[in-house]
Write a new protein. Sequence first.
Length: 321
Amino acid sequence: MNLFLAPIQGITMACYRNSFAKIFGGIDAYYSPFITTSDIKKASPSLFKDLLPEHNDAAVKMVPQLLSNDGSDFRLFASALVDMGYNEINWNIGCPFPMVTNKKKGAGILPYPDMLKKFLDIACGDSNYKITVKMRLGLDNPEEGMDVIKLLNEYPLSGVIIHARTGIQMYTGNVDLDSFEVLHSACNHEATYNGDIFTFEDFKRIQDRFPSIKNFMLGRGALRNPFLPSIIKGQIIPSTDKMSMIRHFHDEIYNHYKNTLFGDRHLCDKMREFWFYMSVHTDKDGKFMKKIKKCQSAADYLDTINLILNPSCMWSNSPLR
Ligand SMILES: Cc1cc2nc3c(=O)[nH]c(=O)nc-3n(C[C@H](O)[C@H](O)[C@H](O)COP(=O)(O)O)c2cc1C
């Protein structure tokens, strides 16, 4: 059984992935947030910065992700990634945001099998890299996803990750396990389940329902509870260690952004994103999150964090206990 960390734009960047792997572990591969392909001659080198081998711990398996609807651009970007040492490239056809889907990218390409075919004919023509796909059930409905799966079956892909929602659902509503079942049964490639695994019980329920699925991708659940992947893998983490592990993780991320972002304002904004996920366990009534939102200086922020990262702040049924 493999567990993958889902890409979350702005959060699961190199420093996050490296620290997560070192402190919590339990993840077999980390997928990077997407970079958008364009004319590679005009692409800024800073686009690739987060993927550079010097920023990524060699022991941490990382799969870079591209957002594209142009096979030639994809191929050139993928070649650049091969030169950086990667041999698997993940293609994002799941991003649900209208500014992406309106351009027939991300989940916006799912209703257009001809475009997908044209893309795959070109993108799959280079044997220097393997392609995996991360998709939704469809943009508007799961019938679209079925047509996509049939098409993907015709190409030499190395796997298909299915987030069990349609694009128009964005991140709301329930995952549609019946449609996932239909799609993954029709898929000839190795399938990965993704969507709403927040607890060990969620994982078990999905594993029991789909015994042939061997790969699971965790996103927000792992960001909220970074111990979850290890717990799923059967590891027992003494509760006395948990707060110091969270502190260590926080401090590594904080120090990284302190050294790379310009000014306290940006630093506080970035750390707010971190706490957006984590505070669900440390802040039952939203009191600390309100304080964090108000912080404008690193000193204010650290004072607040010292209050939060205190075992008495976690309520008794928090999984972080
Ligand atoms: C803020 C945010 C940013 C995301 N960025 C990406 C991304 O860059 N690439 C991608 O494939 N999915 C992205 N996703 C989707 C997640 O990878 C994942 O598929 C989704 O959250 C469902 O899994 P979960 O329920 O385990 O979180 C993002 C999700 C969120 C909430």
